[in-house]
Design a protein around this ligand. Structure first.
Ligand code: ADP
Length: 719
């Protein structure tokens, strides 16, 4: 099994590369025609391409790359050059020197945080420890480090290589389930890297695993799939190594199935390809497999010939690990051929190499063969001794070492798992942090939007109210200007009509008196003078109203409220109106009593004069006028009721307003100015009181107004 493993491990490192003469030539020309970074890069590529079969060249390229990188001071390339130099020694089986270079490269790569390079270095150090030192503990440690760095570098191809190397170790140590698990891990990483050679490699490893557990059909199937993939890949890059190793393994499976001619065919093609590729390691492996096939077919001579060829190549390539299996096969062939002495010598030589390399499986098998031979030689002591040795080795292989390995592998596996878990947790934490930050941002954004909308709303309300206020102010000023206009219109209409037209009558009458004074008799003269007086009285009243109104409009009217007896104020007014009331045969009934009122005398006069004269004017002859009063808290409410024509409800609202156009003549044709009620309202309000009317058309009206009640004790002006 070990020999397969070596081949597999080397292929693992091989399978990433593309080799070909054309590429090599062009790289050589790059080296010739360039300097610095480009030259170093080309040299490293060449060192890599020649590392398996051409140590001197690989060594030279890597050394030149090292010099060039040092000359140009490129520390990163210097680290790589040290690694490639180590690699050249590694493939030439000079493991100690290789390890020295790997360690030097490692120190530099650590300082440069070059995780990809570190992953590669540890991977090769792991393989070196496994293949050449047999130190599994260190092997796991290095593979573990390799995985760690590949994870940091997010290098899935490297991870695939590390996991598949581990799957090999599990398989060789009989832990097939774990081996399969690591094959899957390797597979998923190769897929992530979209690495087709990785897929081929996975099928190859699966084939080996099935072979180990005796499932030869399945093994053949997997190897065939691997072979198909490698063929496709080789058509693209010309590298036949993958195809060759698949054919080698197909040969061993066929041999185990007893299909020897088929095995020979596979082996023949494999050998051809190894030769074409100048792979000495491959050639020696194929030759050894061929020897095994021929041995099974009892062609001992040819088998020995193949083995000789294989061994001489192994010697020339210093393939120390391959010796034990070759000497073991020699022993078997000699024993079958009856050459027991030679067989024992060969087996003992094989044993020596196996012990040196700690190849327990070979030690166990060789002990078994020696026991068989001594049995045939009737040397039962020795036969028993080797049987015992075989059992002991088996014990240590299956119990001690396997257990130890398993514990190490479990630990590694656990560490791996833990690392993955930590990595996952870290990622989750980062995602949570990120989403928290986003949430926070979103929150701030929302708060911002909210604040902005609030400001907009406040501004909106502010402007709306301001606009409303402006509207109201505008409406109010419009109202004022309307009122002013209405007042002005009223004033002019009064002057034009009410004041002017009655003058016609006066002028007419005074004209007659002047022209025909002597023609008129005394009675006629008296009658005309009485009418003239009456007219003038009305004008006087009108002018009074007009004057009062215009003064009140311009704010120039005096306002001197005092405590006065209502009765005395009323009597003054009634004196003036008694004539016109008498003319209409009307009775004025005063039931107001004499409450004390705190009012401006002239204004109270004007109010009463207007209301009572209206009552006379709009009542039918013979009607009654009633004047009453009522005390309500600190107010006195005065009412003037008549039994006249009344006022329609629709007219009542604007009766006291300047814009009112409701104006009718009195029951005896008396004209009016429409000023009276307006003056009344103004004067009442000047006292802080109010005025109103209750009326029923055809039945009469009651006008009432309130004035502040006077203080009886302060009645010094009362009359
Ligand atoms: P006028 O000089 O026209 O009487 P007023 O302001 O005093 O002016 O009255 C306005 C109008 O109110 C009158 O034209 C009349 O139509 C109505 N009015 C006032 N007082 C009375 C009342 N006691 N009865 C019926 N209508 C009245």
């Amino acid at each position: 099994m070990r020999k397969y493993f070596i081949a597999v491990s080397i292929l693992l490192l091989l399978c990433n590369f593309v080799s070909g003469l054309n590429t090599r030539d062009s790289l050589e020309s790059v080296v010739q025609n360039s300097t610095g970074k480009v030259k170093t890069e080309a040299l490293l590529e060449l060192a890599f391409m020649t590392r398996v079969n051409d140590f001197p060249r690989s060594h030279r390229y890597a050394s030149e790359a090292l010099l060039e990188s040092r000359r140009t001071g490129n520390r990163e390339q210097e680290a790589s050059a040290l690694y490639y130099l180590g690699m050249a020694y590694y493939y030439n089986s000079q493991i100690d020197t290789a390890m020295t270079f790997f360690r030097r490269s490692c120190v530099m790569a650590e300082a440069q945080n070059n995780h990809k390079l570190l992953g590669n270095i540890y991977l090769l150090m792991g393989s070196a420890n496994n293949i050449y030192y047999g130190d599994l503990e260190k092997t796991f440690d290095y593979y573990n480090q390799s995985i760690h760095h590949f994870l940091l570098a997010e290098n899935y191809r490297g991870l695939g290589a590390a996991y598949s190397s581990l799957s090999n170790i599990f398989r060789v140590n009989g832990s097939y389930e774990k081996s399969l698990e690591f094959i899957h891990r390797a597979s998923s990483n190769y897929r992530k890297a979209d690495y087709r050679e990785g897929e081929a490699w996975i099928y190859y490893l699966t084939g080996l695993l099935y072979n180990s557990v005796g499932l030869y059909d399945e093994s053949e199937d997997a190897l065939q799939r691997s072979l198909d993939l490698y063929r496709e890949i080789s058509a693209e890059n010309g590298n036949m190594t993958g195809v060759a190793i698949c054919l080698d393994q197909l040969a061993t499976v066929s041999k185990k199935k007893g299909e020897l001619s088929k095995a020979r065919q596979y082996n023949h093609r494999a050998l051809e390809l190894h030769r074409q590729g100048d792979s000495r390691f491959g050639i020696s492996t194929s030759l050894k497999y061929r020897a095994d096939i021929e041995y099974r077919d009892r062609n001992y001579q040819y088998a020995l010939f193949c083995l000789d060829s294989s061994l001489s190549i192994k010697k020339s390539t210093n393939d120390l690990m391959g010796y034990a299996s070759v000497y073991e096969l020699y022993g078997l062939i000699f024993a079958e051929d009856g050459q027991y002495r030679r067989a024992i010598d060969s087996l003992e030589l094989g044993m020596e190499h196996a012990r040196r390399n700690d190849q327990l499986r070979h030690i166990m098998d060789i002990n078994g063969h020696l026991s068989d031979i001594y049995q045939k030689l009737d040397d039962f002591d020795k036969a028993y001794h080797f049987l015992n040795e075989q059992r002991k080795t088996a014990d240590s292989l299956y119990s001690t070492k396997v257990t130890r390995n398993m514990i190490q592998l479990e630990t590694l596996y656990e560490t791996e798992k833990r690392k993955e878990r930590i990595h996952k947790l870290e990622q989750e934490k980062r995602i949570t942090e990120l989403s928290l930050a986003r949430e926070k941002q979103f929150r701030y954004f929302l708060i911002g939007i909210l604040a902005l909308s609030l400001i907009i709303m406040v501004l909106f309300v502010f402007f709306y109210r301001a606009k409303n206020r402006a509207h109201q102010a505008l409406a109010r000023s419009k109202e004022i200007s309307d009122e002013a206009n209405a007042a002005k219109d009223k004033f002019f209409s009064i002057i034009a009509h009410d004041l002017r037209s009655p003058f016609n009558g006066i002028l007419g009458m005074t004209g007659i008196l002047k022209d025909r004074y002597d023609d008129l008799d005394k009675k006629e003269k008296q009658k005309m003078l009485a009418a003239l007086h009456d007219s003038l009285h009305k004008y006087y009243e009108l002018l009074n109203n007009l004057l009062e109104w215009s003064r009140s409009q311009s704010g120039r009217i005096d306002f001197s409220p005092e405590n006065l007896r209502f009765d005395s104020a009323l009597q003054d007014v009634l004196k003036l109106l008694s004539n016109s009331a008498a003319q209409k045969n009307m009775k004025i009934i005063n039931v107001a009593g004499s409450p004390t009122i705190h009012a401006d005398r002239n204004m109270l006069h004007a109010i009463l004069r207007n209301l009572i004269s209206n009552a006379v004017k709009y009542s039918y002859p013979g009607g009654n006028i009633r004047i009453g009063s009522e005390k309500q808290e600190d107010k006195i409410i005065i009412s003037v009721s008549d039994s006249g024509i009344g006022i329609p409800a629709s007219r009542k609202d604007r009766l006291f307003h300047i814009t009112s156009t409701y104006r009718i003549n009195g029951t005896s044709g008396e004209s009016g100015s429409g000023l009276g009620l307006i003056i009344c309202k103004e004067f009442v309000e000047k006292h802080g009181g109010s005025i109103g009317v209750e009326s029923e058309p055809g039945k009469g009206s009651t006008f009432y107004f309130s004035l502040p009640a006077g203080n009886n004790a302060l009645g010094k002006d009362q009359q």
